[in-house]
Design a protein around this ligand. Sequence first.
Ligand SMILES: C[S@@+](CC[C@H](N)C(=O)[O-])C[C@H]1O[C@@H](n2cnc3c(N)ncnc32)[C@H](O)[C@@H]1O
Length: 456
Amino acid sequence: MKCNVSSGSTFYHNKMAENTEGPAEVTGNLGKEEDAGPAGGGGAGGGGENLKRKAEDAGVLPQEPDPTKRLRQEGGAGSQLTPQVAQHYNRLEEKGLAHRNQSRIFHLRNFNNWIKSMLIADTLRRLRADSPGGRLCVLDLGVGKGGDLLKWKKGGIDHLVCADLAETSVQQCEERYRSMAGREGRGPRVFSAEFIAADCAKEDLSRRYRDPDTTFDLVSCQFVLHYSFESHAQADRMLRNAGERLRPGGYFIGTTPDGYELVRRLQAAEGLSFGNSIYSITFQQKEDFPLFGCQYDFHLEGVVDCPEFLVYFPLLEKMAERYGLRLVYRQTFAEFFQQQVTQGEGRGLLERMKALETYPPHEGQELASSDPEDYAHARARLEELRSKGEGGDRGTPEHPRVGTLSLAEWEATSLYLVYCFQKVEENKDNSTSNQPQPPETSQNQSQPPETSQTSQ
Ligand SMILES: C[S@@+](CC[C@H](N)C(=O)[O-])C[C@H]1O[C@@H](n2cnc3c(N)ncnc32)[C@H](O)[C@@H]1O
């Protein structure tokens, strides 16, 4: 049961399966959904955290004080799959709004976008609280086609460096930026920007900045970090690019698949694959999980179809220390959703971004999934509302309606986690005033947020 870091870089033994709960828990928690949206009450993410706790209890986490010491020599298999990743993203067409509206994963994409919006807004708030009125310079590491440009505009940042492996994506990102800047006049002023096509897991990005002395207040790495865990050298370079030019007090944030959750679902599956009608994940084996190069193939309806690598979070945390990065918080999407939906503009933005679908649908509208099982949790919640004479967050006592995600979409999004690191000064003092704090919570995390109360 011991993590075999010192001999063969494995992250935990398959006997972990004995201590884990299967994905049934995901469905179970969805039953509590409605007002909580898809996050139910802990959902799959809670399971991942349980797994971590159980892993710690069972003593299966790295025993060495610094698991990266040996890994620096072991390194991992090397980088063979980067061209495949670049090719996949270069070929991915920008299909436009009309197509996206029709997509089976329309709400899932919006939900993921909402998570990113809340994470970015939360971090910009922290930065502004620390230095009001300061100029904000941001690095978007793995920017893709610029899916977050509007979030940066809304956040009122001053300068953005956009970097990505896929050259075509960087070009499209630049075009998108130019067209956004060309429409200036409405809303906040558009930031200045520069664009770099580079393998951020291999190249030293600092050599490519327009101003060689550039430092960042924020580095954002959304749905990207896991690609660099092909080898130790690649993961280290990615983290170096993220951390080295962050100013003290600056933040490194992102989203990535939750390694614990992936392994939990794999162990619960009969073979090497698991998934549902919209996503599938196939591992190459389920006996051994190397710290680097632990490849799985990820397919998500029309969006992703390429190799990814398992990220063992305690290792990421340890590796990040090398660049002065200390973890502020790490939360599953389920946990982050529960927390953010009751804060600030969280709930309003959820509605505006159409991150949840209405169940039952309004007349003339179709559900995203034609499988009734995908909405069993929502029907159960409607029953509950009817028995109490309540309307839910989108209906009336006569016609209760709730905001939700289909089970298939929820199963896909609950694979992920958010992380937030802060660059701490090398000479750490002992006072607590400078210590980064997790986001404030107004209620018990184990309870679903009561969004219907906040909306009434
Ligand atoms: C799922 S997309 C996310 C894009 C964007 N961050 C977003 O949230 O919309 C993953 C992106 O990571 C980029 N990527 C993967 N490996 C990379 C690497 N080694 N260096 C830079 N970018 C990389 C891909 O080209 C792709 O654009």
